[in-house]
Design a protein around this ligand. Structure first.
Ligand SMILES: [Zn+2]
Ligand SMILES: [Zn+2]
Length: 322
């Protein structure tokens, strides 16, 4: 039952002002909690937004914030009500803590609980501090045992992998679908990997040739497409550009013998969202995974989308809207 006398934490105080600090040890362990010695934390796009701007979209940091929420580590102490874990267990952390009592929580959709507290997010107050610290206390039922032989760096990928798996489940694709992944960053690659593991054909696109090369040579996707960088113009020009790119992506799907049954949009950029909607087949699905631009204009309203035979749009991501 090791209790550290102090904690080393990586604390953000302002834009690009991050400091390694020694903090007092965590509060007393609650009966349902365990103490985890954090071994690995991945950096999410949201962490980078907070680091660069001290905000993430419209969420503004109001007190010093410890970043990081893609984490794993070893249990070093267990609360008295905890029976599922033991000291020494290697665990991945689920870092969104729901209220547990609202309608959404009761339906099992607790990831979009309106009162969700998410580590390293400045949305709740006081902020729920992230995992870039040496030890944290966390509810035992939000810690998942991993094989002790797993590389800790891979343990940190469980959280973004869950985003990809949730996206896949929400898309509910029939077998042998063709999936377009827009954005070949970490979450895009994981969405591609989950789609491939479930037997679907995958086309992946990105602005960066090296990312596409990585995705295709490592078999994350069956085909890749480098989107040419083009300047944004007025609405008509932007939609014309998106239509051109969407046509090229549909051609890629055709080369694989399919049509774009679903798009997993993993950038959050307005241009990509426009392309996603235009690329999907009539009745297809567009999954909004990326959390980039807060407001994406120039997309169809419901009536026009239905007229064009598009399917429903869902946002399955960790912060959750749908
Ligand atoms: Zn994240
Ligand atoms: Zn709730």
């Amino acid at each position: 039952m090791a209790t550290p006398v102090s904690i080393t934490a990586c604390v953000l105080h302002g834009p690009k002002d991050i400091r390694i600090e020694t903090l007092p040890s965590a509060a007393a362990l609650a009966p349902n909690e365990v103490t985890v010695r954090v071994t690995s934390t991945g950096l999410c796009g949201s962490d980078l937004h907070y680091y660069n701007h001290y905000r993430n979209g419209d969420i503004i940091v109001r007190e010093p914030l410890v970043l990081g929420h893609e984490s794993c580590g070893y249990v070093t102490a267990v609360g008295p009500d905890t029976t599922s874990l033991q000291v020494g267990d290697f665990v991945a952390l689920e870092v969104g803590l729901p209220c547990g009592t609202c309608d959404l929580c009761s339906e099992g959709r607790y990831n979009i609980c309106p009162d969700l507290r998410f580590r390293s997010s400045a949305k709740s107050w006081p902020h729920f501090q992230g995992t870039l610290q040496s030890e944290i206390n966390h509810p035992a039922d939000k810690c998942y045992k991993l094989p002790p032989t797993l590389d800790p760096r891979l343990g940190a990928l469980i959280e973004p992998l869950c985003v990809a798996m949730h996206t896949h489940r929400r898309a509910a694709l029939p077998p042998n679908s063709t999936v377009l992944i827009i954005g070949a960053g970490a979450v895009g690659l994981l969405c591609a990997a989950v789609a491939k593991a479930n037997g679907h054909r995958v086309v992946i696109s990105d602005l960066q040739p090296l990312r596409i090369e990585f995705a295709t040579t490592h078999n994350f996707a069956d085909a890749g497409f480098v989107v040419p960088l083009s300047a944004r113009g007025d609405t008509a020009a932007n939609l014309a550009t998106a239509a051109t790119v969407a046509g090229q992506l549909r051609d890629k799907a055709k080369e694989l013998g399919g049509v774009v049954d679903a798009v997993m949009e993993c950038t959050g950029a307005e241009a990509s969202l426009q392309t996603a909607i235009l690329a999907a087949r009539p009745g297809g699905k567009v999954m909004l995974v990326g959390m980039g631009t807060p407001v994406c204009g120039s997309v169809w309203g419901g009536g026009e989308a239905r007229k064009r035979g598009k399917g429903w749009i869902a946002r399955p991501n960790e912060a959750g809207y749908a």
